[in-house]
Design a protein around this ligand. Structure first.
Ligand code: GAR
Length: 208
């Protein structure tokens, strides 16, 4: 076997043990982003290499700053075109992209550059209460208004349509008759904090 073939096999082998770089995309408060950063902080296998937002005033950027994670804001035109965002992801050697309350559309060039390597979390049991305009507390208000007896979270791959990519996993929680949207939000956030980092870790352990 040629020496370069040996070398590339060797690199592929150690690649599995080397740390993976993830980017977190978020538009708002960023409690999930912070939870993910803290979960992996001393992992040695996963590094949060970038927090990226489409909103300049998003509190998630403040969280990234105080946790010493590189962060950036990119304005609307850059999300429409996508090339500058993609360059930044490449510059930071990002292997995997995690959406955590990200409310803009991810450009096609990024979807193509990261096939099955971009995931989202949605605070309902999709396909229920998904689609454009369904995010954050609006979802929980709709769940309560519809008289649902259970809700939960969906972690899914991203595709060109809001909330329609292939489901990876769902976790459920009960909705009691007396629950307000705020009560439901608390239960759903608890599921997000417990499971999202674990699912990210599992998926990362499976990619090359
Ligand atoms: C989370 O509940 C997440 O599931 C939801 O936004 C919230 C962000 O909270 N995402 C969506 O609704 C996407 N359609 P956070 O900023 O505190 O992490």
């Amino acid at each position: 076997m040629h020496i370069f073939a040996h070398f590339s096999r060797f690199c592929a082998g150690i690649g599995g043990f080397m740390s993976k770089n993830i980017a977190i995309l978020a538009s708002g408060n960023g409690t999930n982003a912070e939870n993910i950063i803290r979960y992996f902080r001393n992992s040695g296998t996963v590094n949060v290499g970038l927090v990226l937002s489409n909103r300049k005033a998003a509190f998630v950027l403040e969280r990234a700053r105080s946790l010493n994670v590189p962060f950036a804001y990119m304005e609307k035109a850059e999300w429409t075109d996508g090339e500058a965002v993609l360059s930044l992801l490449k510059d930071k050697h990002i292997d995997f992209v995690v959406l955590a309350g990200f409310l803009a559309r991810v450009p096609d060039c990024i979807l193509h550059a990261y096939p099955n390597k971009i995931i989202n979390i949605h605070p309902s049991l999709l396909p229920k209460f998904g689609g454009k305009g369904m995010y954050g507390d609006r979802v929980h208000q709709a769940v309560v208004a519809a008289g649902e007896t259970e809700t939960g979270i969906t972690i899914h791959y991203l595709n060109e349509h809001f909330d329609e990519g292939e489901t990876i996993v769902q976790y459920k929680c009960p909705v009691l008759p007396q629950d307000t949207a705020e009560d439901v939000a608390k239960k759903v956030h608890a599921l997000e904090y417990e499971y999202y980092p674990q699912v990210i870790a599992r998926l990362l352990s499976e990619i090359r």
